[in-house]
Design a protein around this ligand. Structure first.
Ligand code: AHR
Length: 499
């Protein structure tokens, strides 16, 4: 007899809070992310608010991204912030070294902060360590965050912003093992000490300083960097890893094996996060805690080349991958503070694609939207028994079902996301919820098209979008039907105490 598949949730057993910053994002001066995707300029025929595209800004506002990282990426360590302030007509033209395109500097600090204000995100600025100076970085912080009587503060006021921007998140360089200067971790640590000393002093104690962390090609970076920071750990608030997956795979014409392999790579990022959070804990000192960020992650497929401006399509595969990624991140506890998928518009695993005045929301966008209730909620204990397995690579398997239940801060809402990662098998599960509370299913939503390669196009922009599932099929939770390759969310409300 077949063993029934069971999900047992214990809302009374809270594990930890899911940092809302796990749902942060990243926008770089690269391809058509900023120029065309976000910024079109005031004279554009595309509807804009002082140069910022209204359609894109509204779609991003709906997601309420907690933080947005900018200006790069590799671009950050070749960016000189003073090029991007003052009257736009007088800003210098530069060349974007890494992404081989002209840089008009029309989108600078004020435009970025304004975008953040429009969409409700906290700005996260990455400073130039690779080709800049300590004073250039420090003065950017002074310009943004202070209000003393200085020439730079006067300049900010003249440029239209009397109040400080109060930027909380400051990255001290990007990928300094590569495009950010090809450094050794010990050399970077020495530079980090200098930069962070002046940035901290200028930004104030409330600022979060984020160090460049490892990538799969530089696995010992975190340990060597942290060891070299001995005596100055108070300068490191977070260490930020990068992890891209799917290289070599076609964004749309991938095989089923490619899909399973991609899902399997979440195991690798999981192991890296376990190691990094352990190291961060080990190097935290009494009174100063070091956290971990994953401030670049996502799919990077064959079509995303420098020539294409890292543009790629986004299919149901990306949606399932993003959802499985978030389930993994939820488990990493409070020490994993922030993740930033790359990138917001038209680049890599984008939320939004644009073509001239047209815009569409990708399957990945829908995962960010559907998972909003997880933010700041408490992950609770959940046991899944009898899950079918999928083979992710030769000899390696994982559960096809993935479940992540969170309880809202006030304890009144239980939100459960369930993934069936199998491409062909539907499953039926019995769900039970422990404790004395009676829960009422208030809403069930699903993202599933039955075709893993399906995606939205400018001709058919709503091919992939979440649907509401009729509640009558969910009544007592005893027979939840989960179609293959699906993401289902259940919103349960506290009804009272069980009789
Ligand atoms: O996101 C694209 C690029 O990937 C970033 O600029 C860089 O940091 C990483 O290598």
């Amino acid at each position: 007899m077949k063993t029934p598949i069971k999900i047992h949730i214990q809302p009374d057993v809270r594990l930890h809070q899911v940092s809302r910053y796990l749902y942060s994002h990243f926008a770089e001066h690269l391809g058509r992310c900023i120029y065309g995707g976000i910024w079109v300029g005031e004279d554009s025929e595309i509807e804009n608010d002082e140069g910022i595209r209204i359609d894109t800004a509204e779609a991003l506002k709906h997601l309420a991204l907690p933080a947005l990282r900018w200006p790069g990426g590799c671009f950050a360590d070749n960016y000189h912030w003073m090029d991007g302030i003052g009257p736009r007509g007088q800003r210098p033209e530069r060349y974007n070294l890494w992404w081989r395109q002209p840089e008009s500097n029309q989108f600078g600090t004020h435009e970025f902060v304004r975008l953040c204000e429009m969409i409700g995100a906290e700005p996260y600025i990455c400073l130039n360590v690779g080709s800049g100076t300590v004073e250039e970085a420090r003065s950017w912080v002074e310009y943004c965050n202070t209000n003393q009587a200085t020439t730079l503060v006067d300049l900010r006021r003249e440029n239209g912003h009397p109040d400080p921007f109060n930027v909380k998140f400051w990255g001290i360089g990007n990928e300094n093992w590569g495009c950010g200067g090809s450094m050794q971790p010990e050399y970077y640590a020495d530079l980090y000490r200098r930069y962070a000393t002046y940035v901290r002093r200028t930004a104030g104690e409330g600022a979060t300083l984020i160090a460049c962390g490892s990538t799969p090609g530089h696995p010992d970076w975190d340990e060597r960097f942290l060891a070299a920071m001995k005596g100055a750990y108070r300068l490191v608030d977070s260490i930020a890893l990068h992890h891209y997956m799917g290289q070599g795979i076609d964004a749309v014409a991938f095989s089923d094996e490619d899909y399973y392999e991609l899902i399997g790579t979440i195991g690798a990022v999981d192991r890296r996060l376990t190691r990094a959070t352990g190291l961060a804990q080990a190097f935290s000192t009494h009174g100063h805690r070091i956290d971990v960020a994953l401030d670049e992650w996502g799919t990077w497929f064959k079509q995303a080349t420098v020539e294409s401006g890292l543009y790629q399509q986004n299919t149901m595969q990306d949606a399932l991958f993003a959802a499985a990624g978030f389930h993994c991140f939820h488990k990493h506890g409070e020490r994993l503070r922030m993740t930033n998928m790359a990138q917001t518009v038209n680049v890599l695993q984008a939320l939004i694609l644009t073509r001239g005045p047209q815009m569409l929301l990708t399957p990945t966008y829908h995962i960010y939207e559907m998972f909003r209730p997880h933010r700041d909620a408490y992950l609770v204990v959940c046991d899944v028994t009898g899950s079918p397995v999928i083979q992710v690579s030769a000899g390696n398997h994982r559960d096809a079902l993935s479940v992540s239940p969170t309880l809202s801060k006030d304890g009144k809402d239980l939100f459960i996301s369930i993934l069936n990662l199998d491409l062909s098998k539907a499953v039926s599960v019995e769900m039970s919820i422990a404790g004395a509370t009676d829960w009422r299913v208030a809403q069930v939503r699903r993202l599933a098209t039955g075709e893993i390669r399906s995606h939205n196009t400018f001709d058919e922009p709503e091919r992939v979008r979440p649907e509401e599932v009729p509640l009558d099929s969910y009544g007592d939770l005893s027979g939840l039907a989960l179609p293959p390759q699906s993401v289902t969310t259940l919103q349960l409300e506290k009804e009272g105490v069980k009789e």
